[in-house]
Every structure is written in C-alpha cells, then in structure tokens.
Design a protein around this ligand. Structure first.
Ligand code: SAM
Length: 323
C-alpha cells in the first residue's frame, strides 16, 4: 500500500511515514487521535497529526524522561506524570522499587483508552498496582497537591491548547510547591533546533523558581530534529550526580533499559555550545562550561554555586560530574 502520513514539523519542514493499517481514529473533546501501523516504526500514536510515540523508538524518550530524575533522587516514593496518557513514562517509573505511588494526571481519557487497547507494550505500567490515574487538567492536579511528590514529570504535547500552561513560570512555581524537599521536576521541552525561544523562556523560568535548574538531552528520532531537550529543576542536589551504590540498591540490572545507563545519565548533561546558549547566564551548566574552563580562577565560585545541597554532590559515583 502506498498511503503516507505527513507531519509538518515546522511550517517549512515535513516528515512522512508509509502507513499500513489505520487501527484507530477518533476525535476526542481535546484532539484527533490516530493509531496506525507503519512500516518504519511499527504502531504509532499521533495526536492532532503530531507523532507522540511509536513501538520501535519510544524507549529513548520514555527512559530519559523517567530515569534521570528518579535515579538522581535518593528515595523517590511518590511520582507524578502530567500528560503521558500513552503510559510509556509510567512504565519506566514503576521499575523503581522505591516507588510506592505513580500518579498519571492526563486530561484526555480517550488517549489512555487508545493506548491501553492498541499500544500494550507502551501502556503496560498503567496496570501496575501502584499506578493511580486522575483524568483531568494536570495544572489543577499540581495546584491542589502541595508538598506531595518526590518527582514530577511533564510528558505533555507541544505548547498548544491545554498544554500551553504547562510551559509557564506560574506552573513551575506550583510544581515547586507540589514537590517535597529534595524533589525534582522534569519537562519535555522540544527541539533546540526549532524551539530555541521556547527553551530560553522555560530555562529562565525554571531558574527563577528552582535552586538548581538545567537541561539534558536524548536522541528521539520521532520528534523534530531528533535531538530533544528535557528541562530539569531540583529542590535538592545537583541531578547530574548519582552516588555510587544507588544503581545496585535499585537493582538496575533488572530494568532492561536500552538507552538510559549510568554513563548516559552523566553524558546527557553535556551540552553543545549552541544549546548552552539557551540557558540563562547564571545557570550552573553554562557557568561551568564557559567560566570554569576558559576563565581559570573564577571556576571555584561557579563550582560552588552549581553544587546544590543534595547527598549526591560529592559522591562521584557512576554518574559522576558531567564535566
Ligand atoms: N511524548 C509525547 C510528546 O512529547 O509529544 C507526549 C505524549 S502524551 C500522549 C501527551 C499528553 O499530554 C496527551 O495525551 C495530552 O492529552 C496530554 N495533555 C496536554 N495538556 C495537558 C494538561 N494540561 N493536563 C494533562 N494532560 C495534558
């Protein structure tokens, strides 16, 4: 069959996938939901004609959205995923034996239903006994959950429609309040190639709210540009550093990850100059890259500021300092 699905990744850039069978198509109150079989990536989910996930390459995004913050946190027990109705991030979250409750706050129950029925390898974590699903606006959920979560992960659609507020400083302040001491916040924040202004704004907003904020990345073939930014804020220590021993304690050997690994954790925080430029001047990663390296002497001051207060800061474990 020669039927093609096209996504306009920018107004001037389009990608196409050959589609075999359309297995599900509906219009929910929030968006157009399409599940289709493709030759390249197997089954895929698109919302409003934007590819969200697929069976073949989904592991990169879902692993990197979940494990960086969960391994950076000393004891993540309560985790919130905002959006994420396909269940892929929750599937990774519940791999951590410390997790007692994983809450999914997804606005569109039709996405959850479609993923459960048509994408079982991605949605499997939704049936874990520790998972609780709250259908509704994640912004409201976060606002009514003060001092509740150890990790909050925003797995949202692009900043249009109901997802717009998930990219605002007001929401980050609310998320800060919803975190317990030492908590971590992660959000998918689009492409450094095509969404530089958005990333700049998000990074500045996180910097205004969290004592430590920064960015890491992963290679996500299904998203525009392939090089995907994840923004992170910490109420505790520097998330680049994972103490030696934590991977063994959590039995990392049972996780069966295909992208995330202790050294990938550290490497993901190393940013090329064109991406570092998107971070505000005072952000630790940017200061270290430019100040410590090229202005010897000023480095001590930059290092102190980047250190944070968490237990991981002087451990130098497998995920040791990024640079
Ligand atoms: N990984 C995908 C990506 O980056 O393109 C996102 C996957 S997930 C399916 C995104 C979900 O966010 C959608 O199902 C959408 O309904 C949900 N969503 C958007 N805005 C939301 C909000 N304000 N509260 C809760 N869920 C929201």
């Amino acid at each position: 069959m020669n039927v093609w699905f096209y996504e306009d990744q920018t107004p001037d850039l389009r990608i196409g996938l050959r589609v075999g069978r359309v297995v599900h198509h509906e219009r929910s109150p929030y968006q157009e939901i399409l599940v289709a079989d493709t030759d390249q990536w197997g089954r895929m989910l698109a919302l409003d004609n934007v590819i969200q996930t697929n069976e073949t390459t989904e592991f990169v995004y879902h692993e990197m959205m979940a494990h960086v913050a969960l391994f950076a946190h000393p004891n993540p027990e309560r985790v919130l995923v905002v959006g994420g109705g396909d269940g892929g991030v929750i599937r990774e979250v519940v791999k951590h034996p410390t997790v007692r409750q994983a809450v999914l706050a997804e606005i569109d129950e039709k996405v959850i239903e479609a993923a459960r029925r048509w994408l079982p390898s991605i949605s499997s974590g939704l049936d874990d006994p520790r998972t609780r699903i709250d259908v509704g606006d994640g912004i409201d959920h976060v606002a009514r959950s003060p001092d509740t979560y150890d990790v909050i992960i925003v797995d949202s659609t692009d900043p249009v429609g109901p997802a717009v507020g998930l990219f605002s400083e007001e929401f980050y302040r609310s998320a800060f309040r919803a975190l317990r001491d030492g908590g971590l916040f992660v959000a998918q924040t689009e492409s450094p190639f095509y969404n530089a202004d958005l990333i700049r704004r998000v990074q500045q907003a996180l910097r205004n709210v969290f004592p430590w904020s920064g960015m890491y990345w992963g290679v996500v073939p299904e998203y525009p540009g392939g090089f995907w930014a994840m923004s992170i804020g910490s109420r505790g220590g520097d998330p680049r550093r994972v103490p030696a021993g934590r991977y063994a304690e959590r039995r990392f050997e049972t996780f069966a990850t295909r992208y995330y690994a202790p050294d990938v954790h550290a490497a993901a925080f190393v940013l090329p100059p064109f991406v570092l430029e998107l971070l505000p001047d005072g952000a630790p990663q940017r200061r270290e890259a430019y100040v410590e390296r090229f202005l010897p002497g000023a480095g001590e001051e930059a290092g102190e500021e980047a250190g944070g207060s968490g237990e991981g800061e002087d451990s130098g474990g497998p995920g040791g300092p990024a640079r």
